[in-house]
Design a protein around this ligand. Structure first.
Ligand code: S3P
Length: 450
């Protein structure tokens, strides 16, 4: 439940080489899905390495409100005693998903085909984000939604008592929308078909298969066609959550821009639907290598080794890669500021409807730090100044967005003057150990006023 507390201003200043090993937390997307799918099984799912960030804790509370028994055994070990597909109870309280679009959208999908009613809310960021993209397809199943103007939270969903399966083409590249429709399809009889024109993260598909659902994926001229057979009995699982590539991005990118750095970030999931940033950084000339590349739980995993990269070059990031690095553009734009030449990021309209308008938030902060940024509705361009030449010395509004706050803390590690964010508290939504982890590598981040 971020954004409810006192703002935490933070300052990041130029530091010596970043060195050491960075154990980043568990994957946020997989953590949400572990709790939700665990709640939809009959029996007990065991989860190791769950991300204990605020977003995921809000989802754990929500699953309890729908009747699952969610237990924290300590040290990242959790269990979920599920209620089965179609077994959700009606919550007797408003479901507060805090800052989390993934949490609210997936949970709306999971409850929309049960004969129950639930009301959802969030913080100021989440309550400003569009929910029509999820409630439109949920209406096809027979669910009804009543929210604020523009399809905003707080919003009540009346689940369908007699759901029908749907065939739905997702109009925007969004794993959250795809997943909401698939989760709703679980309790509809017959086959629900979701078509996506651009592949987005495929954790829901992989995990549904792992939990025993009948789900097929076909690559066709129409796009990726996902077919789910409804009303399965999901089987409880033992899940080991891989570490989050989106969190790994911060120590990796920091190492590339701080002279003398050499950082190892172990056990990072490199699912191709998530790993676009690392390919892009390599294309820019980053000294970034995959060590100990292996397959775990059917997914590629490696230890990432990032070293200071004196010869970074701006590039045109292929728009086809956008979905596989959508959360990483803020920190990519920080690296781009230290590169020679222009980094051009096209086909990224979705950045405007994240926890903040991320193009706007980054452009404002980078400009305040002395970097030239051009932007349009679905593109932006950063003109790099080269290592040692980024002035910094600005205060930036994090706009209740964890990735904006962390990106500017990384920027400040290599600017001439320190960078300050007005509120670093949202970092706790996804990366609660960000400050001690970065300090352990040698970063100089302090809470302003402490
Ligand atoms: C997520 C999907 C993405 C991503 C978010 C996590 C998920 O959102 O930005 O951080 O776990 O499904 P969209 O579906 O809105 O692209």
């Amino acid at each position: 439940m971020s954004g409810h507390g006192t703002p935490i201003p933070m300052i990041s200043r130029t530091c010596g080489p970043l060195t050491g090993i960075a154990h980043v937390p568990g994957d946020k997307s997989i953590s949400h899905r572990s709790l939700i799918l665990g709640a939809l099984c009959v029996g007990k799912t065991h989860i190791t390495g769950l991300l204990e960030g605020e977003d995921v804790l809000d989802t754990a509370r929500a699953m309890r409100a729908f009747g699952a028994v969610v237990t924290n055994h300590g040290g990242g070990e959790w269990s979920v005693q599920g209620v089965g597909v179609g077994g959700f109870a009606e919550p007797d309280q408003v479901i507060d998903c805090g800052n989390s679009g993934t949490g609210v959208r997936l949970i709306m999908g999971a409850m929309a085909t049960s004969p129950i009613t639930a009301t959802f809310t969030g913080d100021a960021s989440l309550n400003g984000r569009p929910m029509g993209r999820v409630t439109d397809p949920l209406a096809l199943f027979g669910a009804q939604a009543v929210g604020r103007a523009g399809g905003r939270l707080p919003m009540t969903i009346v689940g369908a008592a007699d759901p029908v399966p749907v065939r739905y083409t997702v109009p925007v590249p969004s794993a959250q929308v795809k997943s909401a429709v698939l989760l709703a399809g679980l309790n509809a009889p017959g086959q629900t078909v979701v078509i996506e024109k651009e592949a987005t993260r495929d954790h829901t598909e992989r995990m549904l298969q792992g939990f025993g659902a009948t789900l097929t994926v076909d690559d066709t001229a129409e796009g990726r066609v996902i077919t789910l057979t409804g009303q399965p009995e999901l089987q409880p699982q033992t899940i080991i959550v891989p570490r989050d590539p989106s969190s790994a991005a911060f120590p990796v990118c920091a190492a590339l821009i701080v002279p003398g750095s050499d950082v190892l970030v172990p056990n990072i999931g490199l699912n191709p639907t998530r790993a676009g940033l690392f390919t892009t950084l390599q294309d820019m000339g980053a000294d970034l290598t995959y060590e100990n590349l292996r397959t775990e739980g059917g997914e590629p995993v490696a230890d990432l080794r990032a070293r200071y990269s004196p010869d970074l070059k701006g590039i045109a990031v292929p728009p086809a890669r956008a979905a596989s690095m959508i959360d990483e553009y803020p920190v990519l734009s920080v690296v781009a500021a230290f590169a020679e030449g222009v980094t051009d990021m096209q086909g990224v309209k979705e950045l405007r409807v994240k926890e903040s308008d991320r193009i706007d938030a980054m452009a404002k902060g980078l400009r305040a730090a002395g970097v030239i940024v051009d932007e349009g509705p679905d593109w932006w361009r950063v003109t790099g100044l080269g290592h040692g030449n980024v002035p910094g010395g600005a205060t930036v509004a994090s706009q209740l967005d964890h990735r904006i706050a962390m990106a500017f803390m990384v920027l400040g590690m290599a600017t001439q003057d320190p960078m300050r964010v007005d509120d670093g508290s949202p970092i706790a939504t996804s990366f609660p150990v960000f400050e001690p982890l970065m300090a352990g590598l040698g970063a100089q981040i302090i809470r302003d006023g402490t």
